[in-house]
Design a binder for this molecule. Structure first.
Ligand SMILES: Cc1ncc(COP(=O)(O)O)c(C=O)c1O
Length: 404
C-alpha cells in the first residue's frame, strides 16, 4: 500500500489500542482488570445532560460556528475568569473536538516543517505524533536529575534555532507530577524572553491532591495581548468525566486563534452542537461533581500507593494529581512492552508500557477505576512478578498455577 511519509512515521495511540484490546477480551468473557484507562468512571454532571434536552426535543441540530457557539465561548470566558482570574475576549477562544484537536490545530497553526517542539518526558503519548503530523520534530526532554520534575535548565539546554514551542503538561500524564509554582513562573518568563510559544496543557488542572491549589499560569503573564505566545489548553473530558462529548478549548492571542479557526473550519467545522450544550451545562452548573471526583481520586491514589508499597522491587513516586501512577518496574523487566504483555497474558491486567510515554522500564497504572480493581489488579501483578508469592491464584472461579 502506498501511504504518505508522515503517516508512516506515526505510532498508533498505545492507550486507545489497549482500550480496544480490553473490550475484545471482556466480550470473550475474560476477567480483565483495566489499569490502563484514561477516563474517570464517574457520571456526567446532571446539568450537562439537562442542558441538552431542549435541543434534542427541538429535533433541530445544526452546524455551529467553526470556533464554537457564542454561548460556549461565554461559558469558557466565565470559567477562565473563575479559575484563572483572567478576563479573555471571545476572539481569544476556540472550542474544539476535545483538547486533542485544540492542541493539534495550535501546532498546525505555528509549525513549519523541521521546526522543533520541546516537552518534558515522560510525556502524553500524542505529543510526538501530533508534532510529526505537522512535519515538525518532537524533542522530549528527560529531567537530568532523574525525577519527574523538569528544571528550566533541562528545557534551556535543548533550545536551538529551530525551536518553536514548548509544551508543559502539569498535572502530568503519565506521572501525576504537579510542577512547582516556581517552575511555571520561570517557564512563562523563559518562553516570553526567548520568543517561544508556550502551550500549557491544563486538562488535569483541577484534579490535584494533598491540599494543592490548581496552578494558574496567568499569574505570571505580564501581557496577554496580541503578541503573547501563550496558548492555554483545557476541556471538559477529565474534570467533568465527559470524555465522550469531545469538547476542549484553547485560549491564545486573537490572530493565532483566527488561524486555528481557519484550520479547524476545514478539518471538522465547529464541535458538535449537542456536545457544546452539554459542556456549557457542566461549566455553568453545580460544581460538586468535580470536587467529588477529585476526592475519590485522591482516595484511590492513596490505596494504589499503599498496595504498591507492599511490593518489593518497585520504585513508586506518589502522584500529586491526575489519575495515573508511573511506576518503575525495571527491577523485574527493563522492557516495558514485554512486561505489559506478560501481565495481560498471565493475569489479564492491562497496563500501559512506559515506552509509549518515552521512558522504558516503567508502567503507567491508572486509578480511575474501582477500588476493587486497584487492589486486585496489583495483587495479580504481584503474583506474576514476586517469586515469593504463592504458587496459585484465583481469578473468580479460575485457578491459575504459576508455570514460569
Ligand atoms: C495530557 C493530555 N492532554 C490532552 C488530552 C486530550 O483530552 P480530550 O479528551 O479533551 O481530547 C489528554 C487525554 O488523555 C491528555 O492526557
Amino acid at each position: 500500500m502506498s501511504i504518505s511519509q508522515i503517516a508512516r512515521s506515526l505510532t498508533p495511540s498505545a492507550t486507545l489500542k489497549l482500550n480496544e484490546k480490553a473490550t475484545i477480551m471482556r466480550q470473550k468473557g475474560d476477567p480483565v482488570i483495566h489499569l490502563g484507562g484514561g477516563e474517570p468512571k464517574s457520571k456526567v454532571p446532571f446539568d450537562a445532560i439537562l442542558a441538552t434536552t431542549g435541543l434534542l426535543d427541538s429535533a433541530e441540530i445544526r452546524y455551529t460556528p467553526p470556533d464554537g457557539t457564542v454561548a460556549m465561548k461565554k461559558a469558557i470566558i466565565r470559567y477562565t475568569e473563575e479559575h484563572y482570574n483572567r478576563l479573555v475576549e471571545p476572539r481569544q477562544i476556540i472550542a474544539s473536538n476535545g483538547a486533542k484537536q485544540s492542541l493539534m490545530v495550535a501546532l498546525q497553526a505555528i509549525l513549519n516543517p523541521h521546526e522543533e517542539v520541546i516537552f518534558p518526558a515522560p510525556y502524553w503519548v500524542s505529543y510526538p505524533d501530533m508534532v510529526k503530523l505537522c512535519q515538525g520534530l518532537p524533542i522530549p526532554v528527560l529531567p537530568e536529575d532523574g525525577t519527574f520534575y523538569p528544571k528550566i535548565s533541562d528545557i534551556e539546554e535543548n533550545v536551538g534555532s529551530y525551536t518553536k514551542a514548548v509544551i508543559i503538561n502539569s498535572p502530568n500524564n503519565p506521572t501525576g507530577a504537579v510542577y512547582s509554582e516556581e517552575f511555571i513562573a520561570d517557564i512563562v518568563e523563559f518562553c516570553r524572553k526567548r520568543d517561544l510559544y508556550l502551550i500549557m496543557d491544563d486538562i488535569y488542572n483541577r484534579l490535584v491532591f494533598d491540599n494543592r491549589k490548581p496552578s494558574n499560569c496567568f499569574n505570571y503573564v505580564k501581557d496577554f495581548g496580541d503578541n503573547s505566545k501563550l496558548i492555554l489548553i483545557n476541556g471538559v473530558s477529565k474534570q467533568y468525566a465527559m470524555t465522550g462529548f469531545r469538547i476542549g478549548w484553547a485560549i491564545g492571542n486573537k490572530d493565532l486563534i483566527e488561524v486555528m479557526t481557519n484550520i479547524q473550519s476545514h478539518q471538522t467545522s465547529g464541535p458538535p452542537t449537542l456536545s457544546q450544550k452539554a459542556a456549557i451545562g457542566a461549566i455553568n452548573g453545580v460544581q460538586s461533581s468535580v470536587e467529588n471526583l477529585r476526592v475519590a481520586l485522591e482516595n484511590r491514589r492513596n490505596i494504589m500507593i499503599d498496595n504498591l508499597n507492599s511490593f518489593d522491587g518497585l520504585k513508586v513516586t506518589k502522584p500529586d494529581g491526575t489519575f495515573y501512577c508511573f511506576v518503575d518496574f525495571s527491577h523485574y523487566n527493563p522492557n516495558s512492552v514485554e512486561l505489559a504483555e506478560l501481565l495481560l497474558e498471565k493475569v489479564q491486567v492491562i497496563t500501559v508500557p512506559g515506552l509509549a510515554f518515552g521512558l522504558d522500564g516503567y508502567l503507567r497504572l491508572s486509578y480511575c477505576g474501582s477500588i476493587n480493581d486497584i487492589r486486585e489488579g496489583i495483587e495479580r501483578i504481584q503474583w506474576v512478578l514476586d517469586p515469593d508469592a504463592p504458587n496459585e491464584l484465583y481469578i473468580g472461579e479460575r485457578k491459575l498455577v504459576r508455570d514460569w
